[in-house]
Design a protein around this ligand. Structure first.
Ligand SMILES: *[C@@H]1O[C@H](CO)[C@@H](O)[C@H](O)[C@H]1NC(C)=O
Ligand SMILES: *[C@@H]1O[C@H](CO)[C@@H](O)[C@H](O)[C@H]1NC(C)=O
Ligand SMILES: *[C@@H]1O[C@H](CO)[C@@H](O)[C@H](O)[C@H]1NC(C)=O
Ligand SMILES: *[C@@H]1O[C@H](CO)[C@@H](O)[C@H](O)[C@H]1NC(C)=O
Ligand SMILES: *[C@@H]1O[C@H](CO)[C@@H](O)[C@H](O)[C@H]1NC(C)=O
Ligand SMILES: *[C@@H]1O[C@H](CO)[C@@H](O)[C@H](O)[C@H]1NC(C)=O
Ligand SMILES: *[C@@H]1O[C@H](CO)[C@@H](O)[C@H](O)[C@H]1NC(C)=O
Length: 260
């Protein structure tokens, strides 16, 4: 009888340890980077067992820059509003190619493939379109010629606000590259009417994205009190959706009554 007593006393502690162990730290972790609070559904420098929405894994560089990577592109996180479910981003690479000789030269569309993403543009955003190195001149408004972008061969570049031009129209001017950048409408208003130099600032100011668990799987998981995430599946080496619950990971939702 006597040797059993210490074991019985230990049991609740062991149980507590098991419960604490079940939830990946990323679920409840609150960290800061560059003065910004990062927590679920975002994750920071996450490892193999990811808690948080897919695509919201942020990187912290030197405690100075918070980065949202989308495919090969890096967006600098300017702010996260956890109540409104929005994240303000700007293009991190812009300083590299902006204002090279006064020419704001973008090489990638700053839009995201929103159909496959848990991120969406918001009502606050609009797009601007850059047309680079066009053989034919565009002389109509609201097209504005980009200062400093003129080529030796006389090719010119232009910037247009939302709805200023369609993709097919753009090709008629035989431009080498068409690049679309979402911008905050608010910032755009400030610099209207469009002038040669003001677009750099507007593009640098960035735009706003909305994040949403617009997935039935994740909605169901969160409503059952769980955290959405991903876990590596040893069978095929890929990642599978996982609902992280207080009592351990589940495939779809937490079942507080059946699980032990
Ligand atoms: C990051 O910077 C903040 C201030 O901006 C500071 O309080 C914090 O200790 C820093 N963290 C690290 C890991 O350096
Ligand atoms: C996070 O990841 C970035 C990019 O891989 C790296 O530069 C940074 O040092 C990492 N930070 C921490 C705290 O691990
Ligand atoms: C940007 O998107 C437009 C369509 O919206 C496309 O025509 C263009 O080729 C894209 N540009 C780049 C650099 O990927
Ligand atoms: C901006 O471009 C994106 C991607 O092409 C598109 O989904 C979005 O509707 C555009 N926004 C506006 C206000 O036109
Ligand atoms: C923009 O700059 C170009 C080249 O400097 C100039 O030809 C053009 O008239 C300017 N456009 C406007 C609207 O200021
Ligand atoms: C791992 O993958 C296999 C095959 O696709 C699947 O049957 C199984 O349910 C997965 N396991 C988890 C934990 O998602
Ligand atoms: C896990 O992921 C694999 C590969 O994406 C998929 O085929 C499989 O159906 C998933 N399993 C579950 C249980 O979600």
């Amino acid at each position: 009888m006597a040797p059993l007593l210490p074991l019985l006393l230990l049991l609740p502690i062991l149980l507590l340890l098991a419960i604490a162990d079940a939830l990946p730290p990323a679920c409840s972790e609150v960290v800061t980077c560059a003065g910004q609070v990062v927590h679920y559904p975002f994750s920071l420098n996450s490892s193999e067992s990811d808690c948080g929405y897919p695509g919201l894994d942020l990187f912290c560089e030197d405690n100075a820059t918070l980065i949202l990577p989308v495919k090969s592109h890096r967006y600098r996180v300017v702010g996260i509003d956890y109540l409104a479910h929005t994240v303000a981003v700007s293009d991190d690479d812009i300083s590299k190619y902006a204002n090279t000789g006064g020419c704001l030269r973008l090489h990638v569309n700053l839009t995201i493939d929103y159909t496959n993403s848990w991120l969406q543009l918001t009502q606050s955003d609009s797009n601007v379109t850059f047309l680079y190195n066009c053989k034919k001149s565009i002389s109509w408004l609201p097209a504005v010629e980009l200062r400093g972008c003129q080529q030796q061969d006389g090719k010119k570049s232009y910037v247009l606000p939302d709805g200023g031009i369609t993709g097919t129209e753009a090709y008629e001017y035989e431009c080498e590259e068409v690049v679309v950048a979402p911008v905050l409408g608010l910032h755009k208003e400030k610099i209207l009417p469009l002038t040669n130099g003001s677009f750099g600032e507007v593009v640098k100011a960035g735009f706003e994205l909305m994040y949403n668990a617009h997935s039935q799987q994740c909605d169901g998981c969160e409503r059952s009190g769980g955290w959405c995430g991903y876990q590596r599946n040893d069978t095929h080496g890929g990642m599978n959706f996982t609902c992280f619950c207080d009592n351990g990971p589940a495939a779809a939702r937490c079942n507080q009554w059946c699980a032990t």
